[in-house]
Design a protein around this ligand. Structure first.
Ligand SMILES: NC(=O)c1ccc[n+]([C@@H]2O[C@H](COP(=O)([O-])OP(=O)(O)OC[C@H]3O[C@@H](n4cnc5c(N)ncnc54)[C@H](OP(=O)(O)O)[C@@H]3O)[C@@H](O)[C@H]2O)c1
Length: 246
């Protein structure tokens, strides 16, 4: 039975992922900033079979000084957790961030710096214990910078590189680090976008994350065809790529 700490548990991808673990009767410590939504997610997981569900409201993930205490509380509540998942993230408005860097900094702090801080604390705990699973939602957007979303892309690209290095470090301590790279997923984050053929459901993506955690995978492109798309995108020569409208 897993003891799971989930940050950003109100995200739709989180909800759809955690459902699968609840059916395995796992225990949860859910963290989010919206108490009402968090309690709803907790109730659903209990109905699906979760052994134990605790919730913790954290209004500001960028209050770095509070991170260690939050992780200590989770550890106490679950009597030593062994799985740590990070789902939260913000898309931001590229044009606004180009005009006003303080908005870009906010996004970078939430999507990258705060996640790196939480994960670093948990990495030290798992490394000492010589066991554990870390899974973090990055994005295919981090694989190559594009003019339409390079602040978001940079935050996720930085996160992917961070996780890659951490995976290398923790592979010697029996700790698995999974980087999840979804493509387009139909969630509140993409509600404003027209849904084309490349869009996947959160339900599908959640199932693939569940399976990847259980198989101790390193990197998950979900749906898997994004591996092929990004392989091509990454190999377009820069002199051509910089002229493309993407
Ligand atoms: N949807 C996609 O196409 C797609 C593609 C690639 C990667 N992703 C990544 O998948 C993850 C989950 O997103 P989703 O698609 O499931 O969207 P979502 O349902 O809109 O979830 C976004 C989550 O991030 C939280 N959040 C947003 N801003 C925050 C902040 N400043 N501080 C703390 N929490 C904040 C939200 O909290 P509240 O519930 O309180 O608002 C919510 O839990 C994100 O990391 C996203 O970047 C999504």
């Amino acid at each position: 039975m897993r003891k799971i700490v989930a940050l950003g548990a109100t995200s739709l991808i989180a909800q759809e992922t955690l459902k699968n673990f609840a059916k395995d009767k796992d225990s949860f410590f859910l963290i989010g900033r919206n108490e009402e939504k968090l309690n709803e997610v907790a109730k659903n997981l209990e109905v699906l079979g979760a052994s134990e569900v605790n919730v913790k409201v954290v209004k500001d993930v960028c209050d770095f000084k509070a991170h260690q205490e939050i992780i200590n509380e989770a550890d106490k509540m679950l009597s030593n957790f062994d799985n740590f998942f990070v789902f939260y993230g913000v898309l931001g408005n590229q044009k606004e961030m180009e005009e006003d860097f303080s908005k870009a900094k906010e996004l970078l702090d939430v999507n990258f710096i705060s996640v790196a801080s939480f994960v670093s604390i948990v990495a030290n705990k798992f490394e000492k214990e010589k066991r554990g699973n870390i899974a973090v939602i990055s994005s295919v957007a981090g694989d190559r910078g594009r003019q339409s979303n390079y602040f978001y892309g940079a935050s996720k690209g930085g996160l992917s590189v961070f996780l890659e290095g951490l995976r290398n470090r923790l592979s010697f301590s029996n700790v698995n680090v999974l980087t999840v790279k979804p493509g387009f997923v139909a969630t509140p984050m993409t509600a404003h976008r027209e849904k084309g053929l490349l869009f996947a459901s959160a339900d599908y993506v959640g199932k693939t994350i569940y399976k990847a955690v259980k198989k101790n995978k390193n990197v998950l492109y979900t749906p898997c065809f994004w591996w092929g798309i990004m392989f091509i995108v990454k190999h377009i020569p820069e002199c051509i790529f910089k002229k493309m409208k993407m």
